[in-house]
Design a protein around this ligand. Structure first.
Ligand SMILES: *Cc1c(COP(=O)(O)O)cnc(C)c1O
Length: 376
């Protein structure tokens, strides 16, 4: 007999609210200011403060963060951007948005991240940028980062999974790369929808600030008394609304709890999974990471997936490799480790509503699913 399903194990991911978010949103709604506001700027300052960086620029989403970061780095048509194929399609779409081409690279199956060696093997004269993806929240240390920067190759981290994680003792976002965070619905910190770029220089910050407001330069205080405005650069409607920033600010007050809970749940999974044969956990370096996902490699993944879904366990796959997607067929290539991972990886339910009992239930059910999937 199958144990009765627990509702929180039925979802793969889910936002977690601490209780003050709705009130914070209501205050902004009542203020009548819904665009880029003081609340947005307070959110920028608080994020910069938590990370210990001089500046942070809020935008509408993680995708907008990647898009504007690439533009600010001067990446465009004729350029190639080194990127792992195993990432959310948003990373690749941001590259196409600036008219550049993705150069897909393979990953280390143990971490699902690129390595310094894989990146350096792919670098050539057309490389304008490298986008390491901090998969599952794990920091990626490129030993040659300084050399890349000196060669004019921008390192732009896709840290959509990695808000709060550390590289050694330093938070992700403080290691000299341009860093892009997502505050989408299920990320470590949510604004409902939102993103942030950690720029490398004040000039980069200025360029992104102008681009996120349709290129409109708005010297402080001037606009209210003026009959015109100045469009100073290319730009898009990419600002972070104060409505969304208010959610992020309310979440930030509890980020210690977020960190602690996500680490505890990941370690609970690790311990519970240890006795299961045939299952390999993707290593997120939990001591330094605020885990975003809990992923395993399993045999007969598609069958295991179906079995678990049938038992109301909210498993998912992050992600189907991009180099095999129809939209990116022009850049198809052979990436053996990525292709193997694409058939083996399975994301277990991972969000802050889970209890230790939920985790036990998921792992027990996974054990059963592996037996029926592999079996006879
Ligand atoms: C979520 C995500 C993005 C995009 O962020 P949005 O806020 O959804 O636009 C980019 N890359 C990765 C790896 C993501 O998980």
């Amino acid at each position: 007999m199958t144990a009765p399903a627990r509702p929180d194990a039925g979802r793969n991911a889910s936002p977690f609210l601490y209780g003050q978010e709705a009130e914070a949103v209501a205050r902004v709604l009542e203020s009548g200011q819904y665009g880029h506001t003081d609340v947005t700027e307070e959110f920028e300052r608080r994020i910069a403060g938590l990370l210990g960086v001089p500046d942070a620029v809020a935008v509408a989403s993680g995708t907008a963060a990647l898009h504007t970061a690439l533009l600010a780095a001067g990446v465009g048509p004729g350029d190639e951007v080194i990127v792992p194929s195993l990432t959310f399609c948003a990373t690749v779409q941001a590259i196409l948005a600036v008219g550049a081409a993705p150069r897909f690279v393979d990953i280390d199956p143990a971490t699902l991240c690129v390595t310094d060696q894989l990146v350096m093997e792919a670098v050539d004269d057309t490389t304008a940028a490298v986008i390491p993806v901090l998969f599952g929240g794990r920091a990626v240390d490129l030993t040659h980062q300084e050399e890349l920067t000196e060669r004019g190759i921008a390192v732009i981290e896709d840290a959509a999974h990695a808000f709060g994680s550390r590289s050694g003792t330093r938070r992700v976002g403080t290691t000299g790369a341009m860093t892009c965070f997502s505050f989408g619905p299920i990320k470590n910190l949510t604004c409902g929808q939102g993103g942030m770029v950690i720029p490398r220089t004040p000039e980069e910050a200025d360029r992104i600030r102008m681009m996120r407001l349709l290129g409109v330069a708005r010297p402080q205080g001037e606009r209210a008394n003026s009959t015109t405005y100045r469009v100073g650069s290319f730009g898009l409607r990419y600002q972070l609304s104060g409505i969304n920033a208010a959610i992020g600010l309310a979440q930030l007050d509890h980020f210690d709890t977020t960190e602690h809970t996500r680490r505890r749940l990941w370690r609970t999974y690790r311990d519970a999974l240890a006795p299961l044969r045939g299952v390999t956990l993707v290593d997120v370096d939990v001591d330094h990471t605020v885990p975003h996902l809990c992923q395993v490699h399993v045999p007969h993944r598609d069958d295991v997936f179906v079995e678990l879904r049938a038992r109301n366990i909210g498993v998912a796959v992050h992600y189907p490799p991009n180099h095999l997607q129809p939209a990116f067929a022009a850049w198809r290539c052979s990436l053996p480790a990525t292709e193997d991972c694409g058939e083996e990886i399975l994301s277990l339910p991972f969000h802050q509503h889970l209890t230790e009992a939920d985790v036990d239930h998921v792992v027990t059910t996974l054990g059963q699913a592996l037996k029926s999937a592999g079996g006879s």
